[in-house]
Write a protein that binds this ligand. Structure first.
Ligand code: NAD
Ligand code: ZN
Length: 378
């Protein structure tokens, strides 16, 4: 290809300042270096994590920055040493990686790769600590090693899952973060048994991915908890059988759930990022066997407070990034679940906008409207 080894000039949505609309700019994208891959993004979508780092209220961020981590694309060129993917391969970028060599990658239980695990502070490439994006020679920073709000981006090869080329990229782009995260949090971490009760806190795409996991695991009751009553109608399509809005009660939601379930749910999955919801999600599981899983990204100063007796009473608290999936090894099989019609993905995509209107996706998420807004790059 004519672009191999050269700088590519293309459009990217740049976050210049916290909370200010993104600006579509012409950026220069340097060629991939050792163990890196340059990809053409075809579809990307907005996840709440992007919004936290754009707002930079509950998180520290760096500007100017190219956000975005939920996406699908095609490999344009590869750097030295890359053998896993080749130009033309269809890939999903992932915000946490898999080097394949460290103790975590060799463990069957962990996806917390020592080299490529999620790092929200790093704004440059791991290899040379430099950015591959620039405008008039000045660097524009990376986000989560993915920066998918750009027509072209550069990633470490360990942050790319090579997927079935038949999979429609406009749909499976949403599997590169939110839905797989929720799904895996239930299937791989909470592990509900057939006939069990599961509470899901937060009915956005991540929470409804968790509900989808509960349905696949054969749970008989899925209790959805959300402060936004508009979420409830939509959640029915995802197998959520009952709804609780904490605002409707003058007692803690964990007590409401304990009363509904004769002592507590068997499993709970928290997908809000709110510390009080995290505590409620733990305290609403049944003593003796209940397991709670935290998924939401907490405020930088959040502190989890509960009485230790809640643990002595044999409740378990866990947390997970990316639903415990190893991005390279496991994500292709999540795409296959969609291709085999086991997993429904289309219903998560409630809006689509052209790249020029990317700020609309932010407005929708801030208003709590819809689940995923897919941004078409072309
Ligand atoms: P979203 O904004 O679409 O959905 C969040 C939902 O939680 C909303 O419907 C909101 O009304 C609800 N909510 C907020 N506070 C609540 C409370 N106190 N009680 C009940 N409901 C409450 O967001 P999303 O994209 O689905 O992401 C959900 C969370 O998961 C975010 O915190 C995001 O950063 C996090 N996340 C984590 C991972 C991971 O790997 N651990 C990956 C992706 C996203
Ligand atoms: Zn995400």
């Amino acid at each position: 290809m004519a672009t191999v080894g050269k700088v590519i000039k293309c459009k990217a949505a740049v976050a210049w300042e916290a909370g200010k609309p993104l600006v579509i700019e012409e950026v220069e994208v340097a060629p991939p270096q050792k163990m890196e891959v340059r990809i053409k993004i075809l579809y990307t979508s907005l996840c709440h994590t992007d919004v936290y780092f754009w707002e930079a209220k509950s998180q520290d961020s760096v500007f100017p920055r190219i956000l975005g981590h939920e996406a699908a694309g095609v490999v344009e060129s590869v750097g030295e040493g890359v053998t896993e993917v080749a130009p033309g391969d269809h890939v999903l970028p992932v915000f946490t990686g898999e080097c394949g060599d460290c103790a975590h990658c060799k463990s069957a239980e962990s996806n917390m790769c020592s080299l490529l695990r999620i790092n929200t502070e790093r704004a440059v490439m791991i290899g040379d600590q430099k950015s591959r994006f620039s405008i008039n020679g000045k660097p524009v920073y990376h986000f989560l090693g993915t920066s998918t709000f750009s027509e072209y981006t550069v990633l470490h090869v360990g942050c790319l899952a090579k997927i079935n080329p038949q999979a429609p990229l406009d749909k499976v782009c949403v599997l590169s973060c939110g839905i797989s995260t929720g799904l895996g949090a239930t299937l791989n971490v909470a592990k509900p048994f057939k006939g069990s009760s599961v509470a899901v806190f937060g009915l956005g795409a991540v929470g409804l991915g968790a509900a989808e996991g509960a349905r696949l695991a054969g749970a008989s009751r899925v209790i959805g908890v959300d402060l936004n009553p508009a979420r409830f109608e939509e959640a029915k399509k995802f197998g959520v059988t009952e709804f609780v809005n904490p605002k409707d009660y003058n007692k803690p939601v964990q007590e409401v759930i304990a009363e509904m379930t004769d002592g507590g749910v068997d499993r709970s999955v928290e997908c809000t990022g709110n510390i009080n919801a995290m505590i409620s999600a733990f305290e609403c599981v049944h003593d003796g066997w209940g397991v709670a899983v935290l998924v939401g990204v907490p405020h930088k100063e959040a502190v989890f407070k509960t009485h230790p007796v809640n643990f002595l009473n044999e409740r378990t608290l866990k947390g997970t990034f990316f639903g415990n999936y190893k991005p390279r090894s496991d994500l292709p099989s999540v795409v296959e679940m969609y291709m085999n019609k086991e997993l429904e993905v289309d219903k998560f995509i409630t809006h689509t906008v052209p790249f020029a209107e990317i700020n609309k996706a932010f407005e929708l998420m801030l208003k709590g409207e819809g689940l995923r807004c897919v941004i078409r790059m072309e």
